[in-house]
Design a binder for this molecule. Structure first.
Ligand SMILES: NC(=O)c1ccc[n+]([C@@H]2O[C@H](COP(=O)([O-])OP(=O)(O)OC[C@H]3O[C@@H](n4cnc5c(N)ncnc54)[C@H](OP(=O)(O)O)[C@@H]3O)[C@@H](O)[C@H]2O)c1
Length: 313
């Protein structure tokens, strides 16, 4: 048994990983949070309230910890994550996973630029600390979003994406020949659990591939499951900004805290960057952990879609 800390583990995605690790019961799990989390404590989860600005306090909280998984977001200048990395090294933590959990590195998406900065920082600190392992877990986008509006994860917020199977609508770049990877958040949690026990060294960049598919084939699969054609809105690669601004349909950047107008504006801001990342191959992560864990069986995509939209759904 080792001690695993999940920083930001009370949040959207981290909570799913916490759930799986606690359910497996192999390791001591502690969630780091900036505030009291009676909701988690009530469920018997060990929560440590931390101040990421206080390195001495953080280092003390990390004494005896083997692995730190970070799900920290909204961290201007990466202050919290940088301090967490420094404190982890000072406390002798063996393995660290920064707040990646999405696309390939250097995706070009401004919202994700912080991930590349943290990656560079980890590479820099590893030079002086060669035994300190870190891995960027990259599953690309979560399969769970494809079930929208049906809830397919216990905690994670499900939003509409470029393929809205309920509405039978899809946004496609040119002929949709781009490759994408789709991985369920539950599979990511299970892979992380296996990675904690992995006897070898962690790879620096760890792609996780549930399903690798071309966008056009994903749309065809969704049509097959629903048994009806979809309306496909095509954006031309040489006019992405214009195409998104003028598109007759965009998936709403859905969030309970936003008004419909905010959602529409956010979608217009986000989708050009997302399509460019798709075109650049940033959603086609390599099967790094699949190769390291060859016995692990991922959730079948068609089976998943049938569960929510198939004839028996
Ligand atoms: N692949 C995908 O489809 C996908 C989808 C969603 C997210 N992700 C990725 O998953 C990771 C986690 O995302 P999420 O949606 O779970 O995020 P989230 O719920 O918005 O935030 C996670 C946690 O970050 C902590 N946090 C927020 N601001 C902070 C600050 N200034 N300093 C320190 N901690 C702070 C909070 O913890 P406390 O308040 O408890 O301290 C919060 O619970 C991100 O890297 C994101 O890119 C991937």
């Amino acid at each position: 048994m080792v001690h695993v800390v999940i920083a930001g583990g009370a949040g959207n995605v981290g909570r799913e990983i916490v759930e799986e690790l606690i359910q497996q019961g192999k390791h001591k799990i502690t969630v780091f949070s900036r505030t009291d989390r009676p909701d988690l404590v009530k469920e018997g989860i060990d929560v440590k309230v931390v101040n990421y600005a206080n390195k001495a306090e953080l280092t003390e909280a990390l004494e005896g910890v083997n692995t730190v998984l970070s799900f920290i977001t909204a961290d201007p200048e990466n202050t919290a994550q940088t301090n967490l990395i420094n404190a982890s090294i000072a406390a002798g933590v063996r393995r660290f996973a920064p707040s990646e959990w999405a696309l390939a590195s250097k995706s070009g998406i401004p919202h994700y630029a912080y991930k590349d900065v943290v990656h560079e920082y980890l590479k820099q600190v590893k030079v002086a600390n060669p035994d300190f392992e870190f891995c960027l877990f990259q599953p690309n986008f979560f399969q769970n979003y494809l079930s929208y509006p049906h809830k397919s994860a216990k905690h994670m917020f499900i939003t509409s994406i470029m393929l809205d199977i309920q509405q039978k609508k899809a946004l496609q770049l040119d002929d949709g020949a781009q490759w994408t990877v789709i991985t369920s958040v539950e599979d990511v949690a299970k892979v992380v659990a296996l990675a904690i026990d992995y006897p070898g060294k962690w790879p620096e960049t760890g792609g996780i591939v549930g399903t690798r598919i071309q966008v056009k084939d994903l749309i065809s699969l969704a049509q097959k499951v629903r048994g009806e054609p979809f309306t496909v809105y095509t954006v031309k690669k040489d006019a992405i900004d214009e195409g998104i601004q003028n598109s007759e349909w965009l998936p709403p950047a859905d969030h309970p805290s936003m008004t419909p107008e905010m959602q529409a504006n956010l979608a217009k801001m986000l989708y050009p960057d997302i399509l460019r990342a798709l075109d650049r191959g940033a959603m086609d992560v390599p099967p790094t952990w699949n190769e390291l864990l060859p016995d692990f069986k991922f959730t079948d995509l068609e089976g998943f879609l049938n569960e929510y939209f198939g004839p028996k759904a």
